[in-house]
Design a protein around this ligand. Sequence first.
Ligand SMILES: Nc1ncnc2c1ncn2[C@@H]1O[C@H](COP(=O)(O)OP(=O)(O)OP(=O)(O)O)[C@@H](O)[C@H]1O
Ligand SMILES: [Mg+2]
Length: 342
Amino acid sequence: MITNYINVKFLEQGSFITCFTAVNSESEKVVLIVSDNTQELQTRFDLAKKLDDIEGVQKLYGLQKLEIQDSALEQLEAEYPGIFSKDSHVLTGRYYATQYNDHVRQLSLPQKLDFFRELLVLVKQVHDKGVYHMDLKPSNIMVQDGKPVLIDFGQSVTEAEVDSVLNTSAYAPKHDVYSCNVIPEKFDIYCLGNMLHEIYTGQPLGYPMTPSSRQAQQIKQTFGLFAQNIIGQMTQRIQDLRISLESCLKHPLFVYKQETSLEKSQQILSEYVFCLYGDQQIEGNKQVINTSSSYSSSSFDVPQTLNQTTTNTTNSLRDLFGNVTLSRINSCILSVQEESQQ
Ligand SMILES: Nc1ncnc2c1ncn2[C@@H]1O[C@H](COP(=O)(O)OP(=O)(O)OP(=O)(O)O)[C@@H](O)[C@H]1O
Ligand SMILES: [Mg+2]
């Protein structure tokens, strides 16, 4: 199999696989993903086929057993110890020259946010096909023609709820991993929240962001309320309360792009929260929150700005956001609440 290619060069050692680049008979530069773990390669191949019509998903061409003569295998074993065996399989696919980090590094902040929004749209397309990546992080994202491409579906799942996940990446929600019910959609959102934090600060957050934390205050001071609010919602500790991808895409950070005055930003954010929660959540000027979590079981005053929302604005925002009803509190309310008290 590998003998059908010329110019085979070692590219990268992954956790479960080894990547090589090579040139195929059509003179195309391709990637060869080699592993003894056939199941891992089969998962990657099956999911790539399922997602074939999504532009931003890695194109894989074929999965085959490594078929080479004993003497050639011995040579490979000597050259790359511990990688090749008689059970090795090879997955071939399109080679992408640019890595996420190298691409993002050279963009301005607004360009980074545009690119990140494209990534959110891409992940949403994948979710809409019932596939959850489960290992979103910079090294699993390549770039083609300035657009993100998802690679490495080795840990992906197709169920809406799973018993366990093995992922110790710095971007993954550790508290989800330790719980016995994992909601894959929310798992991906948390990883993306960490990547958004990295866009702003240069590193993933690594734990849920609460509005009163030092990190949250720093983000707010340097980059504004929108940034603080969305990272807080995406890295919300409780999976059920974590924002959905659909609501992320409608967040003021992506809709309005730039913050104006603090007061105006606060108002926009309050209206967004209002649209997320719907009328039924607001009784008088009190919002009663009951959750099983000790973090957020109390009664909050609804921010002044929420009460000032005019019917017209609310209706137009409702058009924009649709009838999104998140039935419980998330850090969004907490964040707006804090702002209005200051
Ligand atoms: N199609 C490709 N084009 C270019 N580079 C690639 C391609 N596929 C993989 N790579 C490179 O090889 C690295 C490892 O591949 P991959 O992520 O599939 O392996 P992995 O074992 O799952 O790694 P990890 O556990 O670190 O995520 C990628 O981070 C990327 O740099
Ligand atoms: Mg990877």
